[in-house]
Design a protein around this ligand. Structure first.
Ligand SMILES: [Zn+2]
Length: 506
């Protein structure tokens, strides 16, 4: 499904000019890198104060801007905390299309000023062609009625100078087509026609995984209508962020204080509404790309099953949360209660990925009451980057919601069921390979089992985790692929109750 948006039609014209390469009288893009002192910006919690600081920086740094006028600011907050103040250029109250200035603040300092400004502007901004006549010209061209609230007088830079124009928008409801006709307001000549609908929620992800398909490709994320974070009716993408939180947990009769991460949504759209967050280092513990990758791949698999079973619910009618960058407190491998509770010790890598149905311990620790997919930030690699594994685990969620294959006998409405857990793994691998068109599964994530390279303390955990993992695989045969040793991470034992359906990676 393709998400679309219609920008305000004059905003979209900026895009159209850029993409269409329509020539303009343009002065080039001016960029000036700071830091520039910006009095008041550090304390500017409100947008008007920041706007005032931005205008001052523009006046100080861009001689060309002096004497020009600008409209009200638009302030955009980026995911990394920067704030961008955008000011459109105006002339005699009319917008000068594709012209304006942006100031980027990091903390209290202006780091970047970028501008495209027009200084040769017409004195006469009175149209000779009426809006009604311009609308008739536009309708004849597009065959569609002009929408009454999409008629604007504007100044339009061209190679022959800035022209006074009518911009007139039309629309077909439900169709990704909104033609805007630009008519010269002095002559009635059509200057330009473009489609104001552009795609939203663009992102770039690894098609399957960074090992097999290392070049990211463009995708459109199916973000829910009106949402500004990665969620929709199927999936809610979360990130494990260490805010030094300590929570009391009742663990099999023990009262423990446990240092845990908080589950937050850190992937935020850029100024264009896109999530073009590049991949981070493989061992980056809190990167937002992991959220993007999870959201894309989890939705892709969920949508496949929904195409066969439109009412399929994997989490009782709620979106299925996915957790990226899962890490755990230090001290679990030695059951050191002081370390487990110590928020000053960094969380350590979690070397696995799994699906878990509703689980009281996870509810207490993380505040999630239903099922969820949990993906570790391993010592070497980030499990969320591997689409194969996302598909595999999502199939476990489908099995959980449907045919309920587990590795141990259980009761259902027909009595005791010895349903084979191995089938669960087989189905998970099958559908993962079907989605990627590749018989290999999890080539990238399984490389997390190499000895850790750089993280302090992680190699010890890794070695122990591997040994326990191998033991557990042998004992329980829960894991489909013991040979890869990827069954489970020993360091996860305290948060994994017996009822949890997990497997790990392919
Ligand atoms: Zn599995």
């Amino acid at each position: 499904m393709r998400s679309i948006r219609s920008l305000s039609f004059l905003s979209a014209s900026l895009v159209a000019l850029t993409l269409g390469g329509a020539a303009s009288a343009a002065p080039g893009l001016i960029t000036k890198r700071g830091p520039f002192p910006a009095e008041g910006a550090a304390e500017a919690s409100s947008h008007p104060l920041l706007e005032r600081a931005a205008r001052k920086v523009v006046g100080d740094q861009l001689e060309l801007s002096r004497g020009l006028s600008f409209g009200q600011a638009k302030v955009v907050e980026l995911s990394r905390g920067d704030r961008v103040v955008k000011l459109r250029q105006l002339h005699k109250g009319l917008p000068v299309v594709h012209r304006g200035v942006a100031v980027t603040f990091s903390g209290g300092v202006a780091r970047l000023v970028s501008a495209r400004l027009e200084s040769e502007l017409p004195d006469d901004v009175t149209p000779d062609v009426s809006s009604e006549l311009a609308a008739a010209v536009a309708e004849e061209r597009t065959g569609l009625p002009v929408v009454s609230d999409q008629i604007a007088l504007a100044l339009w830079p061209t190679p022959d100078g800035v022209r006074l124009v009518w911009a007139l928008g039309a629309a077909i409801p439900g169709m990704p087509y909104q033609p805007v006709t630009v008519v010269d307001a002095k002559t009635g000549e059509i200057i330009y026609v473009y489609n104001a609908v552009v795609s939203l929620n663009q992102a770039e992800v690894f098609p399957s995984n960074p090992e097999k398909s290392p070049v990211v490709e463009a995708v459109t994320l199916p973000v829910g209508a009106g949402e500004t974070t990665l969620q929709n009716e199927l999936i809610q993408s979360l990130n494990c962020i260490d805010q030094q939180t300590v929570r009391p947990v009742d663990f099999m009769g023990f009262e423990l204080d446990v240092h845990t991460c908080d589950l937050l949504q850190t992937a935020l759209p850029d100024v264009n509404g896109d999530f073009l967050i590049p991949p981070a280092e493989d061992d980056d513990p809190e990167d937002a790309f992991a959220e993007v990758s999870m959201f894309h791949h989890a939705n892709r698999a969920y949508e496949l099953f929904r195409s066969w079973s439109p009412t399929l619910e994997l989490n009782g009618g709620q979106p299925l949360p996915t957790v990226s960058n899962l890490r755990i407190p230090q001290g679990f491998d030695t059951f050191d209660l002081a370390d487990i509770a110590n928020p000053d010790l960094p969380l350590v890598p979690f070397q696995n990925a799994f699906f878990a149905p509703a689980n009281p311990i996870f509810s207490t620790v993380f505040g999630l009451n239903g099922a969820a997919m949990w993906f570790g930030q391993g010592p070497v690699n980030d499990y969320s980057y591997d689409g194969d594994v996302v598909y595999h685990e999502l199939v476990h969620a489908v099995v959980n919601a449907t045919i309920q294959l587990v590795g141990t006998p259980h009761m259902d409405e027909f009595g005791a069921s010895p349903a084979p857990g191995g089938m669960n793994e087989g189905l998970a691998d099958y559908f993962s390979s079907a989605l990627t068109g590749d018989g290999d599964v999890g080539e990238y994530a399984s490389k997390d089992l190499r000895p850790a390279r750089s993280r302090s303390g992680s190699s010890r955990t890794t070695t122990r985790a591997r040994r326990r993992s191998a033991e557990r695989c042998t004992k329980t045969r829960r894991c489909f692929r013991e040979r890869s040793g990827t069954c489970a991470s020993g360091s996860t034992r305290p948060t994994r109750p017996r009822s949890t359906r997990r497997c790990s990676l392919p």
